[in-house]
Design a protein around this ligand. Structure first.
Ligand code: ZN
Length: 205
């Protein structure tokens, strides 16, 4: 297979890119500055080796602990639970949330065989047990799976029955984002204002 066809096949496998777009991209790359294309290829080559999940929250990072978890100015009393690392980027881009994150790595989908054991739920409970967490915001998408996962997390955290290690509130609060996000919608596609309102209007289960 020619390099052109091979690369077209590679691109057509990317999310949201069909065969036509893949051909367009390869044609476009052929006309770009050589240094840009070299750098692009180089980054792709080292991507999986350099970028890995943060040992604490699970978002992508190039060190053991991500810059958010390592930042002493972030509010460690609030953990925002999200489905995927890209949700961290979305919430960071809106810029008002100053707490920490926890990436589940998916949602509970019994029909697809994804149960709690396949998700980073146990490490979340460990963080809650051992830390200074006062509030857990469940920011999974408002889909059936997102709601099921949120309810399940609320139940588990309530069952833990732990008090925040540093005192304060009588029990840990579990909240869900307000319904500014369209039902069945995706965190990734909502605008900053809607996200901001969803955070401010969040409520306890
Ligand atoms: Zn982290």
């Amino acid at each position: 297979m020619s390099t052109f066809d091979d690369l077209t096949n590679n691109f057509s496998r990317l999310p949201g890119i069909g065969k036509k777009s893949a051909v367009r991209i390869v044609n476009w790359l052929l006309k770009q500055d050589g240094a840009y294309v070299q750098k692009f290829a180089q980054n792709l080559g080292v991507l999986q080796e350099r970028v890995r999940p943060c040992k604490v929250c699970g978002t992508w990072t190039e060190s053991d602990t991500c810059p958010i978890c390592s930042d002493p100015l972030r509010d460690s009393s609030i953990i925002c639970v999200v489905e995927q690392p890209q949700d961290v980027s979305t919430i960071e881009a809106y810029g008002e949330f100053k707490g920490l994150y926890h990436v589940l790595g998916g949602l509970i989908k019994p029909l697809e065989g994804v149960g709690p054991a396949q998700l980073a739920i146990a490490p979340l409970l460990d963080r809650i047990r051992g830390g200074t967490v006062h509030e857990v915001i469940v920011a999974t998408n408002p889909t059936v799976e997102g709601d099921t996962t949120a309810l399940y997390l609320n139940k588990l955290i309530m069952e833990l029955g732990v008090l925040p290690a540093d005192g304060g509130r009588d029990k840990i609060k579990v909240t869900r984002l307000a319904t500014g996000i369209p039902v069945g919608g995706d965190l990734e596609y909502i605008d900053k204002r809607t996200l901001s309102l969803s955070f401010r209007g969040r409520s306890e289960f």
